[in-house]
Ligand binder design. Structure first.
Ligand SMILES: [Zn+2]
Ligand SMILES: [Zn+2]
Length: 340
């Protein structure tokens, strides 16, 4: 800190305005640290492992494949960190724009009015009674959202006190981003953004790639340590320490991957699982009932195939739907597919 005084940092902030914000500064530092970590782990391997260099000459495709995974993982990291988690305010704007479009469409063609606003589409997982909601020309954001809650719900109960926007079910205000996020999962410090409906799939892919990279790098480290290449004690010590770090990271990544795969299959979020008793709309629902699950195949299809430009909002299940989900056969096999 003392190395760079006031004028120097001011000049720095002038050329890189984003650095003047402490939150963005720490996010950038974390991103730089993550890239550095990857470069160190991979670079040291190529620096010390002569067998790997030899193998690269003989089988260039092997090293090319490994380096492609490194690049793909870092690319996926930046893609995820730069993607929008799906902000409630953006969805509200899209609804308002669509409403304005419907109102400006002549009455005779209202039934064929597109539900598209620019590149944004809004879908509501409709229940039979709510199916005609999107076709209705009287919708506004508040009306649309309140219809997803049990009848008689007041807008005040579900209005975010920071953004002053009515939150649809599963949305939550993130204090780090200072915005309400659709299907909020968690705020990821490493990514510097929230994980929500818009980027959960990308986040899952990133964990997959990072796990594969960690595993492959670990195998290369073990191969090097077991090889007959002469090593000085400090190289041996450094490589052992890095291998231990890799092993711990791999265990953490595998657990994270399993955890998020479970969440995806049951259509839950980390926030809903951890704070289940504190979330008003989940209170009173039995522990082993997943209120938003539509069966494993449907959950996976929506997760993998729904374009990130779509704001998908899920209404709260009715008492009848919850009763269906609570039936004993669903408890015996909670992951069973009921959609096919
Ligand atoms: Zn908010
Ligand atoms: Zn956030």
């Amino acid at each position: 800190m003392g190395l760079c005084g006031g004028p120097c940092s001011e000049r720095c902030f002038h050329f890189f305005p984003c650095l003047s914000d402490p939150a963005r500064r720490s996010t950038l530092c974390l991103k730089a640290a993550l890239v550095m970590l990857h470069l160190v782990f991979v670079g040291l391997l190529f620096l010390f492992d002569r067998d790997l260099i030899e193998k690269t000459r003989e089988k260039p495709w092997y090293t090319a494949l490994y380096l492609s995974l490194v690049v793909a993982t870092l690319g996926q990291y930046f893609l995820t960190s730069g993607s929008s988690p799906g902000y409630v305010l953006d969805a509200m704007r899209a609804v308002n724009e669509r409403d304005a479009l419907i109102r400006s469409t002549p009455v005779s063609s209202k039934h064929s009015a597109p539900s598209k606003s620019g590149s944004v589409v809004i879908t509501v997982d409709a229940h039979p009674l709510r199916r005609n909601l999107l076709q209705s020309n009287t919708t506004s954001w508040t009306k649309l959202v309140l219809d997803m809650y049990p009848p008689g719900s007041s807008a005040r109960t579900w209005t975010c006190s920071y953004c002053h926007v009515v939150q649809p079910p599963r949305a939550k205000h993130c204090h780090d981003c200072d915005k309400c996020v659709l299907q909020f999962d968690h705020h990821c410090v490493w990514l510097g953004t929230c994980v929500g409906q818009g980027n959960h799939c990308r986040f899952w892919l990133y964990i997959c790639e990072e796990t594969a990279l960690c595993l492959w790098t670990g195998i290369l480290y073990i191969t090097y340590l077991k090889s007959n290449i002469p090593k000085s004690w400090w190289v041996y010590l450094i490589m052992i320490m890095l291998l231990v770090t890799l092993s711990i990271s791999l265990i953490f990544l595998l657990l994270l991957l399993l955890f998020h795969s479970y969440l995806i299959m049951t259509n839950q979020t980390t926030y809903e699982l951890v704070r289940r008793r504190r979330i008003a709309y989940l209170r009173g629902i039995p522990e082993r009932v997943y209120p938003f699950s539509k069966g494993i195949c449907s959950n996976l299809y929506k997760f993998c195939c729904a374009p990130s430009s779509i704001y998908r909002m899920e209404p709260l299940p009715t008492a009848q739907e919850l009763e269906e989900k609570s039936k004993p056969y669903t408890c015996l096999d909670v992951l069973s597919c009921r959609c096919c």
